[in-house]
Ligand binder design. Structure first.
Ligand code: AVJ
Length: 316
């Protein structure tokens, strides 16, 4: 593990994106900024709550089908993962894959990424671990591996695609297909449509970890961009929008207030919401049809018995 590629230029983009987002009539903050060091820790804690079913369901699908999934992916691949986080699901793949040549975790949370990469390199000495610190929504180049690989297999678990609007998800699929090349494949985790109460509970856990995760974004702005958000003046909200098939997560101002970020002041009305994240829910068929617009065809898919979550293998 000797190669670290960094394509981010952290603070200036963060400030620009925050100022831009809070200047819109519907105030927004990009959800990618939820994942600083603390945010990544809190996200891992969300996955441990009883209500948050996606991670454990996906993990179970991966465990039960590791062999068949690995068989579909093929041998001697360069496995690239977008938004790798703690790479827990990846271990299942790395255990089951036939001679993976390299594993390229791509993440914007640098410390978290490098720690995980070092741990993985110790466990998988025969696979070259090549972490890339990057925002995968922006173009970046794949690292060179010491040994030749047969093709690139892209792993995009966690239903992270659901956090993108359909337009942005389409752009991402387009970038992915050009990065993959003709023999490449995409293994993607999709949170599926289900009853609203199950979905809403997952984003409103009783222990309040999701709320803390959401509010941490304001703490991060305070710390990194000299903001003066008062965290107890905002409340976490997560509501399902059935028309758009998505959970809409926001921070709601509890009073009329103004907040300074650097030298700029932003006004918030009582009950005004800052939209921080969407989490779209698909059906297998809808997602397959969506991806087909970008050259992908559904090769095989796996779900749990309740049909809560889908793991899809799409090929070009
Ligand atoms: C795993 C990033 C897709 O949308 O379910 C969890 C993020 N936000 N709880 C999701 C998240 C609040 C999560 N992703």
């Amino acid at each position: 593990m000797n190669q670290i590629i960094d394509t981010t230029s952290p603070t200036d983009n963060f400030l620009r994106d925050v100022q831009h987002g809070l200047s819109q009539s519907q105030k927004t903050l990009p959800c990618k900024y939820l994942y600083d060091e603390r945010g990544s820790e809190l996200f891992d804690a969300i996955c441990e709550t009883g209500e948050y079913y996606p991670t454990r369901t996906e993990l179970d699908i991966m465990q039960r089908n590791a062999e068949s999934i690995s068989y579909q992916i093929g041998t001697r691949v360069m496995l690239v993962e977008y938004g790798s986080g703690s790479s827990i699901k990846t271990r299942i793949l790395l255990d089951a894959l036939d001679s993976p040549v390299a594993y390229v975790p791509v993440d914007i949370s640098e410390d978290h990424l490098l720690r995980t990469a070092a741990e993985l390199q110790a466990t998988y000495p025969d696979t070259e671990i090549l972490p890339v610190v990057a925002d995968f929504t922006q173009p970046f180049s794949l690292p060179r591996s010491d040994q030749a690989y047969s093709h690139v297999a892209l792993y995009f678990p966690g239903s992270t695609i659901g956090n993108f609007t359909p337009a942005a998800a389409g752009d991402l699929l387009k970038n992915m297909s050009s990065m993959l090349g003709p023999q490449g494949g995409l293994l993607i985790g999709i949170d599926l449509q289900k009853d609203v109460s199950t979905i809403e509970a997952a984003y409103n856990d009783k222990s309040g970890i999701t709320a803390e995760f959401n509010l941490n974004l304001l703490a991060r702005i305070n710390a990194e961009l000299s903001g003066d958000f008062r965290l107890d003046n905002f409340r976490h909200r997560a509501v399902y929008n059935p028309k758009e098939h998505r959970i809409e997560i926001s921070l709601v101002s509890q009073c009329d207030q103004s907040v300074r970020i650097g030298s700029t002041t932003f006004r918030f009305d009582q009950d005004e919401a800052i939209l921080t994240e969407y989490s779209h829910k698909y059906t297998i068929d809808d997602f397959a049809e969506f991806a087909s617009q970008f050259g992908f065809s559904l090769h095989k898919h796996w779900t749990d018995d309740d049909g809560y979550f889908g793991v899809m293998h799409l090929v070009l």
